[in-house]
Design a protein around this ligand. Structure first.
Ligand code: WTA
Length: 645
């Protein structure tokens, strides 16, 4: 369903906004005509030790080289911390932490945050961590995760945050890939009244991570954990002994800031590499414009710091802009489903940014849990992670925002570093379900499967034709894979992996992935990863995983499993396989349905026809398309007959 209703810009939002219609038009024009001039101005959003003189130096051709602000020198933590403290805002609140337990919260000022970052930075140095070294971070949603990221940036170490919901196996493969020498973790995390055994998971993972020399353990729940002598250090003990000052390491704009592993359509997760200057500019620029952030406002992004949304829109963007950023340890439906709104009231949140899956889950509980809160402080509502269906959009707009607050449906990816397509609340009228228009300096296009550019109102593959500062620079230690993954399908263009439609008004509607990447509750996963986890089970011969429509999660995981000869397909084995995948990857990868498949639909050359499997999973079996190239067309009838769900 699409909805062509135009929801006009509210005059009270346009007034005093960072980008009213006139300013937006001027920015788009300038960023198109004179990118160097435009970005030479926008880069002043950051504090530079040496201002860049070279602005844009990028090519999507051949070996693909992306450099922005390349002769500039900076340390991003100065922009996020020191300059606010030095500018007289040291006592302003940088982070409001809201615990899983509704009675637990904390306020951390910019001055306190700077001090904590410096202490940890010094502690890391004392453990031998140097500029360029990789540090893995496996923490729950506690202030320490922001401190750990910033402390790495302070000394020029490259952080790799791993979502706390990942299993020991997923953690160890991400540590092995980047050969980090330090792991920062916590005793336990808390979510929805339960604890997550982070340190125990880490201990398990570290059995196969020889590069890790030290582990710093934050005491969060106080739960008892094993500490290995010489390797494991108590965060507080270590940091208390350090100086509260640590000079920021001068970094080149193109020096790495972080690696973040993300799933693609093939192989293991890729280490997406972001650098310092361009990413920092993009984070600050988009956070201010898209959320129309105004000084003094309280801003809350409900993502986890383990995902890119948490990096850019909990930590770097808001802190660069001197905002008060709220970090929430818990979940939307605990202790009850009005939690989000009671937190909004409690901390007077002005800007709220969440995922469609959360909205759909809350929508199912009805309006009452929302209506018992005031939500008067809210001014802007945001959505990210997956397409938002118009029903959920309208509910968010009407019920949560009382039709007062514009909704910014923000399209972007781990690879893009920050938002690329989104309404700017001061200037762009919205349509429920559309991400509307590209930001200034972003040049999307639609191409057909042969790469020909499509004009006008149409649908196709979403590509970006020129670079923007926040773009990923490479896959960590695998530039070839970077070029192959993003620039070979449509040479000379960045391929997003998404499909999109552009309507008569030039508005963009993201239709979802066109590759083998799933988006389950806004969590991105490769079908290949889940398949290889299944095939690693001793009783499984073969597996094929596809997405299926899911009311709350957006997409569910549907797995076709062929067992080894002599293995019995039992309910017990089905449960065992679900548990197996949870253990191999993490709970977010649990299959929603497993269908026993005596055979999979393959072409004569042995390629699995996923198109057919997707249709069966979606229960759209009326028109399966051409099946004549199948080696054995009879398997299809068997699969249809035994569909699960
Ligand atoms: C999807 C998350 C539609 C898309 C920031 C993209 C969206 C993938 C939207 C990236 C949106 C993200 N509308 N789809 N507003 N935002 N997506 O890397 O398929 O975890 O390619 O980054 O999420 O997921 P990732």
């Amino acid at each position: 369903m699409t909805d062509n209703t135009l929801i006009a810009v509210k005059p009270e939002i346009a007034a005093g906004s960072h980008a009213d219609a006139e300013r937006r038009t001027a920015m788009v024009a300038e960023a198109t005509k004179d990118p160097d001039g435009f970005w030479a101005r926008e880069m002043n959003r950051l504090a530079w030790m040496r201002a860049p003189t070279k602005i844009k130096n990028t090519s999507f051709e051949g070996d693909v080289s992306i450099r922005w602000f390349e002769d500039g020198v900076l340390n991003l933590t100065e922009s996020c911390l020191d300059r606010h403290v030095e500018g007289g805002r040291g006592d302003a609140v940088a982070i409001i932490w809201e615990g899983d337990d509704p009675k637990a919260d904390a306020h951390v000022t910019y001055r306190q945050l700077l001090e904590r970052v410096c202490r940890l930075a010094n502690a890391m140095k004392s453990l031998g961590v140097r500029r360029g070294d990789r540090v893995s971070i496996y923490l729950p949603m506690i202030v320490e995760s922001a401190v750990a990221m910033l402390a790495c940036a302070r000394i020029g170490a490259v952080h790799s945050v791993i979502f706390g919901g990942f299993s020991p196996d997923s953690l160890s493969s991400r540590i092995q890939d980047c050969e980090s020498t330090l792991l920062i973790t916590a005793d336990e995390g808390r979510r929805g009244g339960r604890t997550v055994p982070l340190k125990a998971n880490a201990d398990e993972a570290l059995k196969s991570c020889p590069t890790i020399r030290n582990v710093i353990v934050a005491r969060n729940t106080g739960g008892g954990v094993a500490m290995e002598d010489g390797r494991d250090h108590d965060w507080a003990e270590l940091c208390d002994a350090q100086s509260a000052e640590c000079a920021p390491e001068p970094m080149g704009a193109e020096d790495p800031l972080f690696i973040l592993y993300t799933s693609g359509s093939t192989g293991k997760p890729k280490g997406v590499l972001h650098t310092t200057g361009g990413y920092g500019v993009w984070a600050a620029f988009t956070h201010e414009l898209v959320f129309d952030y105004r000084p003094g406002e309280v801003y809350w992004c409900t993502a986890d710091v383990g995902w890119v949304t948490g990096h850019t829109y909990i930590v770097y963007g808001p802190l660069a802009n001197g905002a008060t950023t709220l970090m929430f340890e818990g979940v939307p439906n605990w202790p009850d489903s009005s939690r989000f709104w009671s937190v909004v009231d409690k901390h007077k949140v002005n800007i709220f940014y969440t995922a469609p899956t959360a909205i759909r889950a809350l929508m199912r509980e009805g309006e009452a849990p929302v209506k018992k809160s005031s939500r008067k402080s809210l001014r802007i509502l945001g959505s990210v992670g997956e397409p938002i269906n118009p029903e959920a959009w309208l509910w968010y707009y009407r019920v949560v925002g009382d039709e007062r607050c514009p909704i910014v449906d923000t399209w972007w990816q781990t690879e893009t570093g920050g938002i690329l397509i989104s309404p700017l609340p001061g200037s762009v009228a919205q349509k429920p379900g559309s991400a509307t228009l590209p930001l200034p300096g972003v040049f999307p296009a639609l191409v057909d499967n042969d790469g020909a550019i499509l004009e006008g109102a149409t649908e196709g593959n979403l590509v970006i034709t020129d670079s923007w500062p926040g773009q990923m620079r490479t896959v960590f230690r695998d530039h070839e894979r970077f070029v192959q993954t993003y620039f070979s399908t449509f040479p000379g263009k960045y391929f997003t992996g998404d499909g999109a439609r552009r309507d008569e008004d030039g508005y963009w509607w993201i239709t979802g992935r066109v590759d083998d990447v799933l988006n389950v509750s806004g969590h991105r996963m490769g079908t290949a990863e889940i398949e290889s986890a299944l095939v690693a089970h001793p009783k499984v011969a073969e597996a094929a995983v596809v997405g299926m429509p899911h009311e709350i999660k957006g997409q569910g995981i549907y797995a076709y499993v062929t067992l080894k000869v002599d293995e019995e397909p039992t309910e017990a084995l089905r449960k065992e396989l679900v548990a197996w995948v949870r253990k191999e990857i993490g709970p977010i990868a649990s299959p929603d349905a497993i269908q026993w498949a005596p055979g999979l639909p393959k072409t004569r050359s042995g390629k699995i026809m996923r198109r057919i499997l997707r249709k069966i999973a979606a229960n759209e079996t009326d028109n399966l398309g051409d099946t004549s190239t199948l080696a054995d067309p009879t398997v299809v009838q068997d699969l249809i007959g035994n569909r699960v769900g």
